[in-house]
Design a protein around this ligand. Structure first.
Ligand code: RIB
Length: 317
């Protein structure tokens, strides 16, 4: 039987400029190449999962404008079920301004627009579909009340809930207790726990603290150092892979999309994390958000080399 993955989250259009370095406050810099690219953490995760063979229903809200219409067309082209996409008659589609520097790092400012109005009422028509899903995947670029509402629906029916807590914000205790797998990155893990992640020991401490807040399983993504999994009371460090990164935008989104596909295929949490690390590694070799999401064949045909464990913790995001 096919496992349906319901992705609930944001959709943006990304306006990206590459530059030598990220500007500091008050600074104007002359950048290089500019491009527009579909983005938004929810949409990126939905597209990544669809490209890797997942059966995806994407629940989101776009504006009744050219960006919104383009996004819906793109989701349909990717084979994503858009039945429960809502068009906001008032607010514009989400837009993100992104700068990417020569070290592949980025800074992002999001104008949420319609994403910020995705409400319980918008979700209600999709209730039965959420209940019938095998996995629900969410992030935090939509209102937290909506995330909690979806979690309630899914939890009541025993649907596995994967929450990528990005961008970081205060998470209600009741929500965390319903989460099957929480996937913070280093910064988000630090914000959730107050523990500075400087090495694997501190990462383990943070993972334990997060687990104490409610989620059954914790996967802390560690950029080029891979991911730390805390599952069934045991830690596994899944190493990152050696690649030439040019743009890390959406690497976390690609990770989450790939993770849920592997889980939906019955792979173990650790195996799914390994697959997700591979997908994320491929994505950082390409520019953009959804444009960097790999297809299954790219992962299968790439020769992966695990990153040395001795590589330091600088720039781990
Ligand atoms: O995670 C990357 C994404 O964050 C971008 O695509 C941007 O739209 C913001 O949502």
């Amino acid at each position: 039987m096919v496992t349906i993955i319901a992705v609930v989250g944001s959709s943006n259009t990304d306006m990206v400029i590459q530059a030598e370095h990220l500007p500091v406050a008050g600074e104007t810099i002359l950048g290089g190449h500019f491009f527009m690219n579909p983005g938004g953490k929810g949409a990126n995760q939905a597209v990544a999962a669809a490209r890797l063979g997942g059966h995806i229903i994407f629940i989101a809200k776009t504006g009744n404008d050219i960006f919104g219409k383009q996004s819906v067309q793109l989701f349909n082209d990717e084979g994503i079920d858009t039945t429960y996409l809502v068009s906001d008659p008032v607010n514009p589609s989400g837009v993100a301004l992104i700068t990417v520097d020569k070290n592949a790092e980025n800074c992002i400012v999001v104008a949420s627009g319609a994403n910020a109005t995705l409400s319980k009422n918008d979700i209600a028509p999709a209730k039965a579909v959420i209940e019938q899903s095998g996995i629900v995947l969410m992030q935090l670029e939509i209102p937290i009340e909506t995330v909690c509402y979806v979690a309630e629906i899914a939890y009541a029916k025993g649907v596995q809930i994967v929450l990528n807590p990005a961008p970081a914000c205060h998470l209600p205790e009741g929500l965390l207790k319903k989460i099957s797998i929480l996937t913070p990155n280093r910064r988000e893990a630090e914000m959730l726990t107050g523990v500075k992640l400087r090495n694997m020991e501190s990462a383990k401490l943070a993972a334990e603290k997060i687990k104490g807040l409610g989620p059954e399983t914790v996967i802390i993504t560690l950029g080029h150092k891979g991911a730390l999994v805390l599952h069934d009371n045991s830690f596994t460090h899944v190493p990152g892979f050696l690649v030439k990164a040019i743009d890390t935008t959406a690497a976390g989104d690609i990770f989450n999309g790939a993770l849920v596909v592997a889980l939906s295929e019955g792979k173990s949490v650790v195996e799914s994390t390994r697959f997700a690390c591979k997908a994320a590694a491929i994505s950082v070799m390409k520019l953009g958000a959804q444009s960097s999401a790999p297809f299954k064949l790219e992962i299968d045909s790439f020769e992966f080399h695990a990153m040395e464990n001795s590589i330091g913790w600088e720039n781990v995001e």
